[in-house]
Design a protein around this ligand. Structure first.
Ligand code: SF4
Length: 333
């Protein structure tokens, strides 16, 4: 069975179909046009209400561009993004701004994403002010509640971002994202800039908030241990394509795509008696401006055969007990 949208077991909230983001450089006089960089090239997935779908892959695979395209922080080249059935990509700017109430983002670098001139209270209150339908007293009360809900003391609202630790700053980012009761939060590497000891606290906070408010997360990460902890389903990206999607347990215990197998073999084994079987990825990733023909992974795949160079494998559902299906783009798996 082949489809363009891999389903979730939960009622669909976000449906992304054939999403593309190609970057073109302006043509210069007397110089040939440079080929477009195919950062994201035909990506389809679904995120259900209250579900976490993680996007994983090497740097440059297109996971962050996919997440930002969903939010229209970069304008996609083509495709469809539906939130609760409503198409977002054709919405005028003003209507899109209104939909941002339902669609928030937490950035990787909590310090760079917070305005250093505003107090923490003003930062968290900013979305409430921008959407302007709450009184000053309600806003103050809501900010205090958000501070305590993310584990910050309400008195800290008077401080400036530089007075907080990295983990506290990320809690501020989470409080700001929560302010408007969003249905979906895009988490763009939200813990990768934090100390390991703080990462678990922030991940557990995100999971608690999801259980309490039913928020869905589109979670972009390269740390597979974090992904395993927080995800319901996982999509693996390579050079702008999704090559495998399955529920978390199936993907980690029975990966099918050769690229996924190699990625997962790098995850440390907690039991020292279990021998680690580390597989090595050969060579550097090809340029997204000139991706390989056929299967984009064929230049690095240990299983590649002649057909892999000629024919692009479709993302196709395989027989599996994986909830929501197990989808793989490979001619032989
Ligand atoms: Fe490897 Fe061929 Fe499968 Fe691509 S289609 S992952 S090159 S075996």
């Amino acid at each position: 069975m082949t489809t363009t949208t891999t389903p979730s077991t939960k009622a669909p909230l976000l449906q992304v179909r054939e999403l593309r983001k190609h970057y073109t450089s302006p043509r210069r006089w007397l110089r040939p046009a440079k080929p477009a960089i195919q950062a994201v090239d035909g990506v389809s997935f679904t995120v259900g209400h209250g579900e976490t779908l993680s996007l994983v892959g090497e740097s440059g695979c297109g996971k962050t561009t996919t997440a930002k395209s969903v939010m229209r922080l970069v304008e996609p080249t083509s495709g469809s993004v539906r939130l609760n059935g409503e198409e977002l990509l054709t919405l005028p700017a003003n209507a899109m701004r209104q939909r941002r109430r339902d669609l928030q983002i937490i950035f990787q670098d909590p310090y760079a994403s917070l305005n250093p001139r505003l107090t923490a209270g003003d930062i968290v209150a900013e979305p409430l002010r921008n959407f302007g339908d709450v009184s000053v007293a309600e806003r103050r009360e809501r900010v205090q509640w958000l501070f305590s809900r993310v584990g910050l003391r309400p008195e800290a609202a008077k401080k400036f971002p530089h007075e907080f630790s990295g983990g506290q700053r990320q809690r501020l980012g989470i409080a700001r994202a929560l302010a408007l009761n969003p249905k979906l939060i895009v988490c763009d590497e939200p813990v990768s800039a934090l100390d390991v000891s703080v990462q678990a606290q922030v991940v557990n906070l995100l999971m608690d908030l999801q259980a309490e408010f039913g928020i869905a997360y589109l979670f972009v990460a390269h740390d597979l241990a974090v992904v395993r902890h927080i995800s319901h389903r996982v999509a693996v990206m390579y050079l702008g394509h999704i090559v495998e999607i399955a529920d978390r347990d199936t993907l980690f215990s029975a990966p099918r795509h050769p690229y996924t197998e190699i990625l997962l073999s790098a995850v440390p084994v907690p039991n020292p008696r279990t021998p680690a079987r580390r597989l090595l990825l050969q060579g550097d990733p090809p340029s997204p401006a000139n991706p390989p023909s056929g299967c984009r992974f064929h230049t690095r795949c240990p299983m590649a055969q002649a057909v892999c160079k000629e024919k692009t494998p479709e993302l196709t559902e395989r027989p599996s007990s994986s909830q929501g299906g197990h989808w793989v783009a490979c001619h032989f798996r």
